[in-house]
Design a protein. Structure first.
Length: 270
């Protein structure tokens, strides 16, 4: 979002810049430590403090400490509501990101309720930043629905949101993955594999070889589809690659690393 980016630019050179750079490089523990130090210093600029609090939450979640991340988001949200109001775009974005941490904890119904509210609040958006928040919330809603077995509705939401995306962006990638997940959930594995392949191309274009926050996700979507198609050797290779990528990027406790282990277990059931 421009709010996040513009506040960072205006505070150069600041420790919060370093925290953001560490996060972008996938050095989440270091980013968290740096952002916590900034937050403890309570800088005079409200925007800088909000960026620091947000980075604490995002970096904590990226390390798989999802319950702690929810608590960190609560702190960031409290400050954001007080400073900018409950209807501010950054407040809505924080709520959307927090809802995805709820889903990572298996609290899917809560995540669904929260993301539905955000989707409604941003339904008529015309500016780019609000549309991106709307799309991200839609992705969170689709994830929660897929996790509860509501794959047809998740597919419809993902397809509709994708038609509204006019630019190549990370949100397009996660929506593409949500669509693949919904198709796998309906046993439409050939279609799911095609969407996962498209997502893989987009992931490579966006990350330029770096892992990024979607590390392992394409492999898991493709592996699930290949297994459903009976292409077991290929599916196992993708599952193993996905697990290795998740483990390297996020550690053993992250929800996607756990999903990768669950996919691997389908090849070697106990």
């Amino acid at each position: 979002m421009k709010f996040f980016r513009s506040r960072v630019r205006r505070t150069q050179p600041s420790p919060v810049i370093r925290a953001a750079e560490l996060h972008q490089a996938g050095r989440y523990a270091e980013a968290e430590a740096q952002a916590r130090a900034v937050a403890r210093s309570r800088p005079d600029a409200r925007g800088e403090l909000l960026v620091a609090l947000t980075l604490v939450a995002v970096a904590t979640g990226a390390q798989g400490r999802h319950a702690e991340a929810v608590t960190a988001y609560d702190e960031a949200l409290s400050f954001c509501r007080e400073s900018f109001g409950p209807d501010h775009l950054q407040t809505l974005k924080l709520r959307s990101d927090r809802a995805q941490q709820l889903a990572s904890l298996g609290r899917y119904a809560e995540s669904e309720t929260e993301t539905e509210e955000i989707v409604r609040a941003t339904a008529d958006a015309t500016d780019e930043d609000t549309r991106l928040v709307a799309a991200a919330a839609t992705n969170g809603l689709a994830y929660a629905l897929n996790a509860q077995g509501h794959h047809v509705r998740a597919e419809a939401l993902a397809r509709d949101a994708l038609t509204r995306m006019t630019e190549t962006h990370r949100v397009r990638l996660v929506l593409q993955l949500a669509l693949a997940r919904s198709l796998n959930g309906q046993a439409r594995h050939g279609e799911a594999l095609a969407e996962a392949t498209t997502a893989g191309e987009l992931h490579r274009a966006l990350t330029e070889g770096r892992p990024g926050p979607e590390a392992g996700a394409v492999d898991l979507a493709a592996g699930t589809a290949l297994l459903g198609l009976g292409r077991v050797a290929e599916a196992r290779a993708r599952a193993d690659a996905g697990h290795a990528a998740c483990l390297a990027a996020f550690g053993p406790d992250h929800h996607r690393t756990q999903e990768a282990r669950e996919l691997q277990a389908r090849f070697d059931p106990a």
